[in-house]
Design a binder for this molecule. Structure first.
Ligand code: ATP
Length: 371
């Protein structure tokens, strides 16, 4: 996988100091990003954070106010959209309703003056890839939503772009189909090896699809990394809470030794063994994922770091897991998610409302958030 070891490899896409404003409003605020050949890179963020604007600048539909975009080493500043080695797949698919699947896919190649027999071969290959051979004579309205999505993908890929830009490619599908299609899309991308940049506002989708992703907010990147890096080591409260959920405690660094950092918070002291440089006495935040906290019934009060005692305020039974809302002495509520693997042998083992509980976690599971 080239993106994991890009040593010596030139990025396919280089974005440097890119800025875009609409009047006084800055939609993209001086961003830098390198994307490598073969990546499936997701731009993830809430509504209005600038994802589509960035994608449209890559496609050449929008002109930057400052900075550079290089694709394959070539500055795109004066290259119009139709001459870029990119192709865009729109959320609406924009298929021609009066043309068959086959003709929809062939259309772009005909426009480019590709020869008849080559068109035939390329359309055949791409229809096989997206598993639509049996549907090639149908028109778009005779297809399901998922099939239409695959026609749009085939039409974008048949032109063999170096870079495929996808704006919310699965937004038109219902939730179940969307989940299934995420895996299909990632599979197809892996088979063709074309670099994909996907815009999505759905964090689960970004996690499933991406080789790497950028979390965006207000025209900037909050964090860039693999899905695991972003989930396990978010570096800010924003990212910790945007990807999954996190219990957050404000604290102060009191000790920084070779193997751990000690943070004091209002709720308890926390050891963190994630190697980062921090300043003694600096203000930071500790994040704890609900599923990384142990919960047990206990009358005993917490007696050391990485432990808190509390009282169960609410229980949500979700089948696979239960969510416990645990109220601390400070009044703060901590969410704990625990799997319902086995039925408790007796009702007295079951954790329920008003039980006194002890929460604890491993130092490796506490996340240090610097902002
Ligand atoms: P969404 O998921 O809602 O599409 P997004 O992250 O894709 O959001 P963009 O479409 O990139 O957001 O828009 C970023 C910001 O720039 C928004 O506040 C939007 O209102 C603004 N914006 C986008 N295009 C224009 C335009 N042509 N003129 C003025 N403002 C614009």
């Amino acid at each position: 996988t080239p993106w994991l070891d890009p040593a010596g490899q030139k990025p396919l896409v280089q974005i440097k100091g890119l800025t875009k404003s609409f009047g006084a409003f800055t939609a993209i605020d001086n961003i830098d990003l390198d994307i490598y050949q073969g990546e499936l890179f997701c731009l993830l963020g809430g509504s209005g954070c600038g994802k589509s604007t960035l994608l449209r600048m890559l496609a050449g539909f929008e002109t930057p106010n400052g900075g550079e975009i290089l694709i394959d080493g070539v500055d795109m500043a004066h290259v119009p959209a139709y001459e870029r080695p990119t192709n865009m797949m729109f959320q609406s698919y924009a298929l021609f309703p009066h043309m068959t699947v086959e003709k929809n896919i062939a259309f772009g190649l005909q426009q480019d003056g590709v020869g008849k027999s080559e068109i035939k071969d390329r359309v055949h290959d791409i229809l096989t890839l997206v598993e639509l051979q049996d549907y090639k004579k149908r028109k778009p309205q005779q297809l399901s939503g998922g099939q239409r999505q695959r026609v749009a993908l085939a039409r974008a890929l048949v032109k063999q772009p170096k870079l495929l830009l996808l704006d919310e490619p699965l937004a038109a599908l219902d939730k179940k189909l969307r989940k299934q299609t995420q895996f299909e899309l990632a599979n197809i991308q892996e088979q063709v090896g074309v670099t994909f940049i996907v815009v999505t506002h759905d964090q689960e989708e970004a996690m499933t699809l991406s080789t790497r992703m950028a979390v965006m907010d207000a025209g900037r990147f909050k964090q860039i990394g693999t899905p695991t890096e972003i989930y396990e080591f978010p570096d800010s409260r924003f990212v910790a809470d945007f990807i999954g959920s996190a219990n957050i405690f404000e604290g102060r660094v009191v000790e920084d030794s070779a193997d751990h950092i000690l943070v004091t918070t209002e709720a308890c002291d926390v050891f963190i063994d994630h190697g980062q440089s921090v300043k003694i006495d600096s203000r930071i935040w500790v994040g704890l994922r609900p599923e990384k906290i142990r919960i047990e019934k206990s009358e005993a009060a917490a007696s050391g770091p990485n432990q808190i005692s509390g009282i169960v305020d609410d229980v949500g039974y979700l089948g696979e897991t239960s969510i416990y809302k645990v109220k601390l002495e400070s009044g703060q509520i901590v969410d704990v998610a625990a799997p319902n693997q086995m039925r408790p042998s007796s009702n007295s083992d079951r954790i329920t409302w008003d039980d006194k509980v002890l929460l604890s976690w491993e130092p490796s599971n506490a996340m240090l958030l610097s902002s």
